[in-house]
Ligand binder design. Structure first.
Ligand SMILES: O=C1O[C@H](COP(=O)(O)O)[C@@H](O)[C@H](O)[C@H]1O
Length: 203
């Protein structure tokens, strides 16, 4: 069973501190960052820290299939905040395989989706590749786009996962999963076999 622990409830500074620790380890590091609305707030904290990113490769767990300059582009937001930091950026391309990570940072939607693995979706499942095309059903009104996503195997190929959630309803969903619900995409991350997970929650 996965080793899951809750971080002390706090703000997103604790998430930035966790990522800082990983970035500050000696040697090459591979990080996968989530999409959604929370990351830019953490990117802003990281950008202010003067970290040495020269041995860091940053990938995304998922993205919307939109141009980089579209407001819904996860890559666009990542690049706007950290594009000059010195890290190498690895773009998601359908059908590609990715090397294992040191840290995978996941967010979670109100429906329990992680990356762009939704409870109901069309996904092109092919043997092998880590990056798959997905289409949520129904398309969420706030981001009605086809997606690219790391599959679960790639998300779990990491030394550790941090799951960063905000709000009481997402906290309640995670508590249901930890109490035994297998109904959500996040269930397998928290209750299947895989790397240790630290959950960061803030109101
Ligand atoms: O659409 C997405 O949103 C979720 C939740 O992100 P939030 O920061 O807006 O709560 C995210 O986990 C996922 O990667 C992304 O595709």
């Amino acid at each position: 069973m996965t080793d899951v622990k809750w971080a002390e409830p706090g703000d997103l500074a604790a998430v930035a501190a966790h990522i800082t620790q990983v970035v500050s380890r000696p040697g090459p590091k591979r990080l996968a960052f989530t999409g959604g609305s929370t990351p830019p707030r953490v990117f802003a904290l990281l950008a202010d820290r003067g970290l040495d990113w020269s041995e860091v490769t940053i990938a995304l767990t998922d993205d919307r299939r939109v141009p980089d300059d579209h407001p819904a582009s996860n890559f666009g937001k990542l690049h706007a905040a950290l594009g000059d930091c010195g890290a190498k950026f690895e773009r998601l391309e359908e059908g590609m395989d990715v090397a294992p990570f040191d840290l995978v940072w996941l967010g979670m939607g109100e429906d329990g989706h992680i990356a762009s693995l939704f409870p109901h979706m069309q996904a092109l499942i092919r043997p092998g590749p880590s990056v798959i095309a997905t289409t949520p059903i129904p398309l969420p009104p706030e981001a009605p786009f086809d997606r690219l996503s790391l599959n679960k195997r790639a998300l779990k190929a990491t030394r550790e996962i941090i799951l960063v959630i905000t709000g009481n309803s997402k906290k309640a969903l995670v508590e249901r999963v930890l109490a035994g619900s297998d109904a959500y995409p996040v269930s397998d991350i928290l209750r299947g076999y895989g790397p240790p997970v630290t959950i960061y929650w803030s109101a």
